[in-house]
Design a protein around this ligand. Structure first.
Ligand SMILES: Cc1ncc(COP(=O)(O)O)c(C=O)c1O
Length: 369
């Protein structure tokens, strides 16, 4: 037997575990990781090259540790689109919102503390909790994937978690959480502990509704987490950010590694933010394609969860993994998130969506034949 992870003196909670990651398979149509299907427009690529060239001349020095220019531009973007004015001191940035979440759990979770999320939801919340030594408590969700306020309040009161995650729009189900629900959960979390409530808005630009950014007013324990991986079409950039009371921004700096955000990352993100208007036009296109996917899947007889994201959860399958395989055999990679009976498809280009719809149409025929 070969020497492996479990032969090393790794932490007990990591024993027997596998790393997170969707399969990166080489298939013609990949609709499994909620990326934006459109490459960045050429003028933006040129602007990135220009900004990176400039940054390269200073790579002998550490980057701006506080990413002041970038956070200022992110605050402007949030103010313009979020319906609430924020400034540099309300915003923090890191390498993807995964790192933002990690820093939040390092700050407010950790050994002897717990975090709760309403499952099924973004599985990295639980995995980052594990990685930071934070206990994980799965919270309840209804059959239709909404959060029942009374059941969630009860779970918070009973478990008194230190951190509560609310993902809206939720991944993998796609549905948004009403502001009233988030407010009720915030109140419950304050009464129980008080604890931090992290609203993960990774997909908010695709929503029919508005950002919950204005809710941070007067609520210092509420944090909004965002990313440039989805709407900005820049998953490869690795840039996530948060908006919160300035005290939260000060607190996460207690755990962030010095110079965590490279000068290249900062330069690239700044270039992308200069092209916000163009990038958000792709969002409009993707939203109408998402709505088309929902309508056509329903017309084919599939159950579809209402989607406010750039992906759609559809079912129901007696064996979701077998259906996943059937779609893959037709050249389209979707995601099996382990939600019994359901699969998730990311919105692609119109051609990719057509290929997906052809595949599920055939699958339906095969099943009902
Ligand atoms: C709900 C949610 N939050 C956060 C992320 C992480 O995004 P990133 O680390 O690329 O910013 C994802 C990615 O799929 C997500 O679905």
């Amino acid at each position: 037997m070969s020497f492996g992870i479990d032969d090393l003196p790794v932490r007990d909670e990591l024993r027997g575990k596998s790393p997170y990651g969707a399969p990166q398979l080489d298939v013609p149509v990949r609709l499994n990781t909620n990326e934006n299907p459109y490459p960045l427009p050429e003028p933006l690529v040129e602007r990135i090259a220009e900004r990176v060239r400039h940054a390269a001349r200073h790579l002998n020095r550490y980057p701006d540790r506080d990413a002041v220019e970038l956070r200022t531009r992110l605050a402007e973007y949030l103010t313009k689109t979020g319906g609430y004015e924020v400034a540099l001191e309300n915003v923090w940035a890191a390498n993807g919102s995964n790192e933002v979440i990690q820093q939040l759990l390092q700050t407010f979770g950790g050994p002897g503390r717990t975090a709760m999320g309403f499952e099924p939801s973004y599985s990295m919340h639980a995995l980052i909790a594990r990685g930071t030594g934070t206990g994980w408590i799965p919270g309840p969700r209804e059959e239709d994937f909404t959060i029942d306020v009374a059941a969630a309040e009860k779970a918070i009161a009973e478990n008194r978690p230190d951190v509560v995650f609310v993902t809206t729009p939720n991944n993998p189900t796609g549905n948004a959480v009403p502001a009233g629900t988030v407010l009720a959960l915030y109140e419950a979390a304050q009464a129980a502990k008080p604890s931090m409530v992290v609203v993960d808005e990774a997909y908010i630009e695709f929503s029919h509704g508005n950002s919950l950014l204005p809710l941070i007013e007067g609520r210092p324990n509420l944090v909004l987490s965002r990313t440039m991986s989805k709407a900005f079409g820049a998953a490869g950039l690795r840039l996530g950010y948060l908006a919160a009371h300035p005290a939260v921004v000060d607190a996460v700096q207690l755990v962030r590694l010095p110079y965590h955000l490279s000068a290249i990352t900062q330069a690239t993100a700044l270039a992308a933010l200069e092209h916000t208007d163009t990038l958000l036009k792709y969002v409009e296109q993707l939203k109408s394609e998402r709505d088309r996917l929902v309508a056509e899947l329903r017309a084919l007889g599939y159950d579809v969860t209402d989607s406010d994201a750039n992906f759609v959860q559809f079912g129901r399958f007696a064996d979701a993994h077998e259906a996943w395989r059937g779609i893959l055999d037709r050249g389209v990679l979707v995601r099996d998130n382990g939600v019994p009976g359901w699969l998730r498809v990311s919105t692609g280009t119109p051609q990719e969506n057509d290929a997906f719809l052809d595949a599920v149409r055939e699958l339906k025929k095969e099943y009902s034949a």
